[in-house]
Design a binder for this molecule. Structure first.
Ligand code: RTP
Ligand code: MG
Length: 155
């Protein structure tokens, strides 16, 4: 078996408010062979949203995005799988809701995305993003140490 990779995922506020959708996405995570390493529920502070989305600060959707992400609790996950970063983004589907309907209607965003901003989930796009994003929301989690453990712990 190929070694496990970690990724960082968020289930966004509009989903957390809908228990049935939330449960469906949780099932999709587990049936797609992701293991849950850590999870927490937390509402983004303004400061966290600004740091988390700093690369988008000049985009036209930035204010809308920060307002949405601070509007209520999100669920944060550290997930493990082989090729986790790529596989999680594949399970999420494209960013734009319109595109999902042609390219990946069964993906999470295809089924549960409401708009290009309220698109259900987030997934890190590189190992560097995983480090930055885990560092922001799971500051006590030691990524390097996790990779060195012989028997990684799951929830
Ligand atoms: P993410 O970072 O959330 O996993 O999504 P992504 O890589 O597919 O998309 P990215 O370009 O990084 O955008 C980050 C988040 O900004 C919101 N967004 N709104 N046109 C819009 O209104 C728009 N475009 C992007 C989405 O919430 C997206 O996930
Ligand atoms: Mg992104």
């Amino acid at each position: 078996m190929r070694p496990l990779q970690l990724t960082f995922a968020i289930i966004k506020p509009h989903v957390v408010k809908q228990p049935l959708v939330l449960e469906t996405i949780r099932d999709m995570i587990l049936t797609s062979n992701f293991k849950v390493v850590k999870t927490r529920r937390h509402a983004f502070t303004l400061k966290e949203a600004e740091l988390f989305y700093e690369e988008h600060r000049n985009k036209f959707f930035y204010n809308r995005l920060v307002t949405f992400m601070t509007s209520g609790p999100s669920d944060f996950y550290i997930l493990a799988r082989d090729d986790a970063i790529k596989e999680w983004r594949k399970l999420m589907g494209p960013t734009k809701v319109f595109k999902t309907q042609f390219e990946a209607p069964d993906s999470i965003r295809g089924q549960f995305g409401l708009s290009d901003t309220r698109n259900a989930t987030h997934g890190s796009d590189s190992p560097e993003s995983v480090r930055k994003e885990v560092g922001l929301f799971f500051p006590h989690f030691d990524i390097e140490n996790w990779y060195q453990e012989e028997e990684p712990k799951f929830r």
